[in-house]
Design a protein around this ligand. Structure first.
Ligand code: GLU
Length: 483
């Protein structure tokens, strides 16, 4: 048996991180078992469809590195892979169930249904479809269907007994039939509902393992009744615990939680996101934390899946991202950092290569880079208290002395290189009885206007260049004199 798994998103917006995790596990499981990973677009609920969402799914999966073996834009032997393009596939199967009594057409109008639902509610009953149309004799029902009268087709759930299935993670799941509703399988527009299409397509596409969120756990017994009615072998089900924002709510775009695309745009590294997502609800069973996609394929095992909801911990993601950035080759870092430098430093003549060397291990997430380097473009407003630093043994008086010594020496310095600036400032300090910090701290403060910077006084002086450095030191002297 060849393992065939599918990721079956509905094109209702962005690829959220829970969806990405489902796609990832589905991919990993297929690849681990030498199987096929299939993309199917479930777009039969046309009202929920968001324009552009299908293309975004292709793009996101490509960016995530989760190449599918079959899918709408790559083809395959089981296509089409978009459900609306399969619209003629479903009705004959539904009619087969009508024939056998496992389903029946329903002609109730919206108004009729609403009235009976209201009446049930008024009696304090939980509404489910009352099988009203099951009483219509079959030949009459068929005639009405053919006459063009609007109809839906409903699943005929037995009145008694239980429906059940076995989940690879959650074990035996069952539901008393009298709690289950006669769901619509084919809608009035002729398209199937998810409830029906997932069963038909998983069967026709030869899907052997289905991974999806636990929100489908309670419906799966009903799907199993359909498999039984057709006499088909159901796939192995693996329902996945939800990804939570915190103990009380699921991760959701609606609350502003980021999508995969958002994280990429914020400057999270693809491989760091994938590594982090893989560990949201799965563990390799040992202490390892770092995995390439290929290593995940090798390590992936259903035994490592957790039933407990996974909490999306942003600090942990930031930690992973920082680790990945620190480990990436310098040239890659430079290429990734450049557009972020450009946001605030474009046209300023800053040596990006040198700046990147200073920023490489300090970068946690790229979208924090512009704020970290903005001081190079423009001296921020600061107060003279910044010149006071206990450990460096500086205060305003020391700082003023240091800057007044540094100013003319830097102006006269022949070659304004980092090395030369450093030698000069060290020598100046020593000759004038100042400790190194008593020179470096004031100069760095004057050059940057902030307490924490990538690089010290000499690196910043080099990046700014002589002219800008002198002008910032002048500003510092003036501020200290007026303080
Ligand atoms: N279209 C469903 C969704 O987006 C997929 C559920 C499944 O994988 O069966 O949630």
């Amino acid at each position: 048996m060849t393992v065939r798994t599918r990721f079956a998103p509905s094109p209702t917006g962005y690829l959220h991180l829970g969806g990405l995790r489902t796609a990832l596990y589905t991919y990993l499981f297929a690849k681990k078992n030498g199987g096929k990973f299939i993309l199917r677009i479930e777009d039969t609920d046309q009202e929920r469809e968001v324009p552009g969402a299908v293309e975004l799914i292709y793009k996101s999966l490509r960016e995530a590195g989760l190449a599918y073996d079959e899918g709408p834009d790559v083809g395959g032997d089981y296509g089409p892979y978009i459900q609306t393009q399969r619209r003629d596939t479903y009705l004959p199967y539904a009619m087969q169930l009508v024939e056998s009594g496992a389903a029946y057409p329903c002609f109730c109008t919206k108004e009729e249904l609403q009235a009976r639902r209201d009446a049930a509610t008024a009696r304090g009953e939980q509404w489910k479809y009352d099988k009203h149309c099951l009483n219509i004799p079959k030949d009459e029902a068929l005639r009405r269907m053919q006459s063009g009268e609007p109809f839906v087709i409903r699943q005929n759930i037995p009145l008694t007994g239980t429906a059940s299935f076995d989940d690879a993670l959650y074990g035996h799941v069952e539901a008393p039939c009298d709690t289950l509703d006669d769901n619509v399988l084919i809608k009035a527009d002729g398209l199937p509902t998810y409830n029906f299409a997932n069963v038909i397509d998983d069967h026709l596409m030869g899907i052997t393992h289905v991974m999806r969120g636990t929100e489908y756990l309670s419906s799966a017994p009903k799907y199993n009744l359909l498999y039984e009615a057709f006499g088909w072998q159901p796939p192995v089900y693996i329902h996945l615990s939800p990804v939570m924002k915190d103990a009380t709510r699921k991760l959701s775009k609606r609350y502003g939680d980021p999508s995969f695309e958002d994280l990429l745009a914020q400057g999270y590294v693809r491989d760091a996101i994938i590594n982090f997502i893989a560990l949201l609800g799965w563990s390799p069973g040992d202490e390892r934390e770092f995995f390439t996609l290929q290593e995940l394929v090798e390590a992936f095992d259903l035994k490592g899946l957790s039933k407990a909801p996974a909490i999306f911990n942003t600090e942990k993601l930031v930690w992973f991202n920082h680790e990945y950035i620190t480990r990436m080759p310098f040239e890659d870092y430079l290429a990734m950092a450049t557009p972020w430098f450009d946001r605030v430093l474009a046209g300023k003549g800053i040596d990006y290569r040198r700046l990147a060397e200073l920023m490489h291990t300090r970068t946690e997430v790229f979208d924090r880079v512009p704020d970290m380097v903005r001081f190079l473009a423009e001296l921020p407003a600061y107060g003279t208290e910044l010149y006071t630093h206990k450990k460096m043994k500086t205060d305003s008086a020391v700082a003023l002395r240091a800057l007044e010594l540094a100013r003319p020496a830097l102006a006269a310095l022949e070659n304004f290189s980092e090395e030369a600036v450093k030698d000069l400032l060290m020598t100046l300090a020593a000759e004038n009885g100042l400790k190194t910090g008593q020179m470096m701290w004031p100069v760095r403060t004057a050059l940057s206007g902030q307490a924490s910077t990538p690089g010290g006084a000499t690196e910043i002086a080099y990046l700014l260049g002589r002219e800008e450095s002198l002008s910032r030191i002048d500003k510092g002297i003036e501020m200290l004199k007026n303080a």
